[in-house]
Design a protein around this ligand. Structure first.
Ligand code: FAD
Length: 436
């Protein structure tokens, strides 16, 4: 049984899948978006911390993030002609990278300088004056909570920090996917929810559609894998997983929200920080709260997941204590509340925590995967880049030997898509963490 045929099929209606769908539909390639959940953005997108920052270890990563933030700032234009009742907001807060020997900032600053990304260097005195709630001692390298060193009195200080004033976060990650879904629909895309893709169809050595869980087949000459933490499974169904140099796998993560504490107004004077020195990232969360996630310090054992449909979905006491106490070293007013508040979800992590935005060895089968906990911010521009890539490859470009460079429509910055190749060498510049 074959359903009607479509110009393309997008597997996954998360924020990146909806963005790919909108960008394809805008070009007249009208996709069918298939998701097994009830609506757009219900997958890992719904748990995103939605931090928009620019500090990646690759030049293309920085260019993409800067370009992406311009899309969030012009959201009504991005999703036009859709005019949904509610749209997301870009909430501006500076983002800091700490200045200390061996810090991530040293890999990032050359890219900022080359691409013209605005930043400020703050010495310790300036940093303390701006953010008096922060303790600027050096606490790292991070250690497990059981270690005596966890509580040692620090004697050294950080040198300061690099601040990007244009950073921020997005008010509602699930709504952002739904806004993009509305934009895709307005351009002619269709959505099919509560439907699972269980097979990838091929004809004559090319993708020809997908098989659904009811046994039916939907035809299309282009299929895009944007299945988030299920990406590796979909690549396996397509028979392309083992031919890729870079693999992806799900990682379980917990994110917590705690009160900023007495005497601190984190809503008006808060800041975002990727704090490799304590092992957490944090940002303000409305209501004078702090949202805290991990930066995967070397001492922590990571919880890799074999089956993305079967993992612990409750917050754990151990991770709560660990992340909140690590954050409390930097912001001493933060205490560990009795009741845990936060989310549990999966990252789709690649070998070097850099995404794969690429074609595959199966003609017509593409992928936007391995988002590694750091690609929410890039979703709008990732859709555009994937649509450019698909058009170029379908038009005859050999992207493997002559990689596409996309020019950011809003920033005019070059985005070298070869950086996100499935066959790249694993990047040695990567932090091997969510920082990318
Ligand atoms: C806790 C957490 C915090 C994060 N914080 C940040 C942050 O601060 N900044 C940032 O930039 N990024 C962040 N990220 C990463 C970012 O949120 C993700 O990269 C992004 O949301 C992924 O979007 P997606 O569309 O690729 O995947 P998803 O949102 O996971 O969507 C994939 C969809 O595919 C569907 N699907 C899977 N398999 C099938 C199938 N066989 N058939 C049909 N449908 C299928 C799923 O149901 C799902 O809806 C975070 C992620 C998490 C989990």
């Amino acid at each position: 049984m074959t359903h009607t045929s479509h110009d393309a099929i997008v597997i996954g209606a998360g924020v990146i899948g909806c963005s790919v769908a909108a960008a394809l539909a805008k070009r007249g390639i009208r996709p069918l978006v298939i998701d097994k959940l009830p609506d757009a953005g219900y997958g890992s997108t719904s748990s995103s911390s939605a931090v928009v920052r620019f500090g990646y270890s690759t030049e293309a990563g920085v260019a993409m993030a800067w370009e992406g933030h311009l899309w969030w700032r012009e959201w009504a234009d991005v999703i036009a002609p859709a005019t949904p009742d509610a749209i997301v907001e870009f909430i501006n807060y500076p983002m800091l990278m700490l200045d200390f020997e061996g810090g991530h900032f040293a890999r990032v600053l050359p890219h900022y300088d080359k691409l013209g990304i605005p930043y400020e260097r703050l010495d310790r005195k300036q940093l303390q004056a701006r953010y008096p709630m922060m303790d600027l001692h050096r606490f790292g390298p991070p250690v497990p909570i059981e270690s005596d060193d966890f509580w040692k009195d620090p004697s050294e200080y950080l040198r300061g920090a690099i601040s990007t004033p244009d950073s921020g976060f997005i008010s509602d990650p699930m709504l952002s996917a739904q806004n993009l879904a509305d934009a895709a629909r307005a351009h002619g895309a269709r959505f099919m929810f509560r439907t699972e893709v269980v097979g990838i169809e091929t004809t004559g050595g090319r993708v020809s559609g997908v098989k659904l869980n009811d046994g039916s087949i939907v035809g299309a000459p282009i299929v895009v894998n944007v299945a988030g933490p299920h990406s590796s499974r979909i690549n396996e169904l397509a028979g392309v997983r083992d031919s890729m140099k870079v693999t992806t796998r799900p990682l379980r993560r917990e994110v917590f929200i705690v009160p900023a504490g007495d005497g601190v107004d984190f809503d008006s004077s808060g800041v975002m920080l990727g704090d490799e020195d304590t092992g957490v990232y944090f940002r303000p969360e409305r209501g004078n709260n702090v949202l805290i996630g991990s930066t995967e310090p070397e001492c922590d054992e990571l919880e890799w997941i074999d089956d993305p449909d079967n993992y612990r979905t409750t917050l754990t006491e151990d991770e709560h204590q660990l992340l909140v106490l690590r954050c409390a070293r930097r912001i001493p007013s933060v205490g560990v509340p009795q009741r845990k508040r936060g989310v549990v979800d999966l990252y789709d992590v690649s070998d070097d925590w850099t995404p794969v935005y690429d074609k595959s060895d199966l003609p017509g089968f593409y992928m936007a995967v391995g988002s590694s906990g750091n690609q929410f911010k890039n979703a709008p521009i990732a859709g555009h880049c994937m649509a450019e890539l698909i058009e170029a490859v379908e038009g005859g470009l050999d992207h493997d030997t002559d990689p596409l460079v996309v020019t950011g429509p809003r920033s005019a910055l070059p985005i070298a898509m070869g950086t996100f190749s499935r066959n790249r060498d694993v990047s040695t510049a990567s932090t091997m963490s969510v920082l990318g």
